[in-house]
Ligand binder design. Structure first.
Ligand code: 13P
Length: 249
């Protein structure tokens, strides 16, 4: 049985007070769910988030980290720094990191390697751009993103990996992949992993969908057999919306 996950990527939103307020609202409204619920506030508010969520089942993730152990990397954060705080989940490879900060598959492979070596749950994001889909190249793009960043990992490392398929054209645009498009891609991703490793590795990996998931479309997307939850942007910033999405799983 794969873990169902609903994760909120807060991106560069919410100051300290707003972080505490949103988490207190969320904790008060949190429904009983078999799904793992994760929130990813910005780095400077991770500690406050952990404090606010003490005793809660909601887990805290970072949005990024560096691959190096430590050293002269001004502005960067290491895995050990996160773990030392009590954060053992990290999002890597988000399309915004790829597009605005030049993170490519080879660079991301190093980050993933460090994260899994440190035993962190690694939510690895990938997905095609609109042009790729229009030119019917989306499967090839996704396959190469997976292969380049992840397929040097040992099979045992996959226990730490969660995948988040986020078609770039659906992020923050209000346009979602249809449930059928999501299912088709998620099944393709699982088959690609099965071919590279084994079916048991592929069957064990949770594959989340991300891109304009809202209370109104979550249930239909989550009903698909290869969709194991969602990585939510905008709707995770509003407690009532995030809660509705958690209920939809
Ligand atoms: P939206 O839900 O705002 O489209 O963002 C998705 C996303 O990028 C989550 O990482």
């Amino acid at each position: 049985m794969r873990t169902k996950i609903v994760a909120g990527n807060w991106k560069m939103n919410k100051n300290l007070e707003e972080t505490e307020a949103l988490l207190s609202e969320l904790s008060a409204m949190l429904p009983d769910s078999t799904a793992e619920v994760i929130v990813a506030p910005t780095f400077v508010n991770l500690q406050a988030a952990l404090a606010a969520l003490q005793g809660s089942t909601i887990k805290v993730s970072a949005q990024n980290m560096h691959f190096a152990e430590s050293g002269a990397y001004t502005g960067e954060i290491s895995a050990d720094m996160l773990l030392n705080l009590g954060v053992d989940i990290v999002i890597l490879g988000h399309s915004e990191r790829r597009a605005y900060f030049g993170e490519d598959d080879a660079f991301l492979a190093k980050k993933v390697k460090t994260a899994v070596e440190k035993g962190m749950k690694t939510i690895f994001c990938f997905g095609e751009e609109l042009e790729d889909r229009k030119s019917d190249n989306h499967f090839a793009v996704v396959e190469s993103q997976l292969k380049n960043a992840l397929f040097d990992l040992d099979a045992s490392a996959w226990q730490h990996i969660v995948l988040a398929y986020e078609p770039v054209w659906a992020i923050g645009t209000g346009e979602t992949a249809s449930p059928e498009q999501a299912q088709e891609m998620h099944a393709f991703i699982r088959k690609t992993i099965s071919d590279a490793y084994t079916s048991s590795v592929a069957d064990g990996v949770s594959i989340l969908y991300g891109g304009s998931v809202k209370p109104g479309n979550a249930a239909e997307i989550f009903s698909k057999p290869d969709v194991d939850g969602g990585l939510i942007g905008g709707a995770s910033l509003v407690a009532a919306d995030f809660v509705e999405i958690i209920k939809a799983i």
